[in-house]
Write a new protein. Structure first.
Ligand code: NAP
Ligand code: ZN
Ligand code: ZN
Length: 346
C-alpha cells in the first residue's frame, strides 16, 4: 500500500514529501488512518543524527493518533472505527523478562522503534507518523478514549507516557514536592500530570516568560533557573525532580535542589554527555536515575488517567508543509507546547 509521508532524506536535510510502501494488513495487524501526529524533540535529534547511526530516508513521528480502518482476522482488541494511538515502538521480542512484565520499553531483545528502527526481521526499516496511514501489530496500539480529541491525544503517546511513568514509579502524589525542569512538550505534560496526581509542583525553567503558562497548566510555583539567588534559596526543597531538557545542563546545580533522599530522573537526551560531582550525591544521599517512555499497558492507563481528568496536550496544529519551520521553533523552545501535524494536509 502506497502511503504519503514527509521524510528526512539524509541526515540534517529538510523534510520533504515522499511516498513509502506499507505492508499488507496481516492477521494480527490494524490499519490506522492517521489523523494527527505530534512533533517530539526526539524527531529532531534523530533527523539531524545527533544520536548517531540513524537510518535514512527517515519518516519521523511517534505520537500517532488516528482511526482504525481495517483489522486482521485474528484481531479482537480493535474494530473498524475505533480511535487508536501508536507511540515509540511497534514491536518487541515479547519473550524477555521485561516484555513479560509489561515493561516492553526496556526490552532486552529486539525493539522495533516506530521509526528509525527495524521491523522484527531486523532488516525492514520502520516509518513513523508524519504519514497518512500506518499498519501496526495490535499489541502495540492502544485505545484512545472517546472523550479525548485525537489532536490533543496524539502527544500523549510519547510526551504523556514519558512523564506519567516516572511520576508513578517515584510516587508523585499528595505531600510530594515535584520539580519539572523545562516547559516544552514533555515538561508541560509533567506539570499537568503531576498536578492531577496531587503533588506540589514547581516548574523550573530558563524562560521567564513561561511563568504564567506554568501556573495556568497546574504548577504551584515557578523557579527561574537563571536567577542565582532564587535557585540558591530553593536548595534541599524537592523530593523528585524530572529533567526534560533537550540540551546539556549543569547537573550539580539542579541536583542540589533535591532534599535528603531526593531523586532526579533524566528524560532529556542531549547530544553531549552530562557530568556530576560525587559530592552532590553523597551530601544528601541523593539518587540519579533515568526513564524511558512507558509500557503498552501503562500507556493505556495514562490515556485513561488523562481522559478521567479531562486533559490532553496543549497544542499548535500545523499544516505538514510547515514542518521544517516547526522543527526550528522547537529547537528555540518556542512552542505552546506541542506541534501536531494535521495529517489531512499530506
Ligand atoms: P522541547 O519541547 O524542546 O522541550 C525542551 C525544554 O527544555 C524547552 O522547552 C526548554 O524549557 C528547556 N531547554 C531547552 N534548551 C535549554 C537549555 N539550553 N537550558 C535549559 N533549558 C533548556 O523537547 P521535548 O519534546 O519535550 O523533549 C525533551 C527531551 O526529552 C529531548 O531531548 C527528547 O529527545 C527527550 N525525550 C526523552 C524521552 C524518554 O523516554 N526519556 C521521550 C521523549 C523525548 P524552558 O524554556 O522552560 O526552560
Ligand atoms: Zn518522543
Ligand atoms: Zn523483550
Amino acid at each position: 500500500m502506497i502511503t504519503k509521508t514527509y521524510a528526512v532524506p539524509t541526515a540534517g536535510a529538510p523534510l520533504e514529501p515522499m511516498e513509502i510502501e506499507r505492508r499488507d494488513v496481516g492477521a494480527h495487524d490494524v490499519l490506522i488512518d492517521i489523523k494527527f501526529s505530534g512533533i517530539c524533540h526526539s524527531d529532531i535529534h534523530q533527523g539531524r543524527e545527533e544520536w548517531g547511526q540513524a537510518i535514512f530516508p527517515m519518516v519521523p513521528g511517534h505520537e500517532i493518533a488516528g482511526v482504525v480502518t481495517e483489522v486482521g482476522s485474528a484481531v479482537t482488541k480493535f474494530k473498524v472505527g475505533d480511535h487508536a494511538g501508536v507511540g515509540c515502538f511497534v514491536n518487541t521480542c515479547r519473550e524477555c523478562e521485561n516484555c513479560k512484565a509489561g515493561l516492553e520499553q526496556y526490552c532486552q531483545g529486539h525493539l522495533s522503534s516506530t521509526y528509525n528502527g527495524r521491523e522484527s526481521d531486523k532488516q525492514t526499516p520502520t516509518y513513523g507518523g508524519y504519514s497518512s496511514a500506518i499498519v501496526v501489530d495490535d499489541n502495540y496500539a492502544v485505545t484512545i478514549p472517546a472523550s479525548l480529541g485525537l489532536d490533543i491525544a496524539a502527544p500523549l503517546m510519547c510526551a504523556g507516557i514519558t512523564l506519567y511513568s516516572p511520576l508513578r514509579h517515584w510516587g508523585a502524589g499528595p505531600g510530594v514536592r515535584v520539580g519539572i525542569i523545562g516547559l516544552g512538550g514533555l515538561g508541560h505534560m509533567g506539570v499537568k500530570i503531576a498536578h492531577a496526581m496531587g503533588a506540589e509542583v514547581t516548574l523550573i525553567s530558563h524562560s521567564p516568560h513561561k511563568e504564567a503558562d506554568a501556573l495556568r497548566l497546574g504548577a504551584d510555583h515557578f523557579l527561574l533557573s537563571t536567577n542565582k539567588e532564587a535557585t540558591k534559596a530553593a536548595r534541599y526543597s524537592f523530593d523528585l525532580i524530572i529533567n526534560t531538557v533537550s540540551a546539556k545542563i549543569d547537573l550539580d546545580r539542579y541536583m542540589s535542589l533535591l532534599a535528603l533522599d531526593g531523586t532526579m530522573v533524566l528524560l532529556g537526551i542531549p547530544e553531549e554527555a552530562l557530568s556530576l560531582r560525587t559530592f552532590t550525591l553523597l551530601s544528601a544521599r541523593r539518587r540519579l536515575t533515568g526513564s524511558n517512555i512507558g509500557g503498552i499497558q501503562e500507556t493505556q492507563e495514562m490515556l485513561n488517567f488523562c481522559a478521567e481528568h479531562g486533559f490532553g496536550s496543549d497544542i499548535e496544529i500545523i499544516d505538514v508543509k510547515d514542518v521544517n519551520a516547526a522543527w526550528e521553533r522547537v529547537v528555540n523552545s518556542d512552542v505552546k507546547y506541542r506541534f501536531v501535524i494535521d495529517a489531512s494536509t499530506l
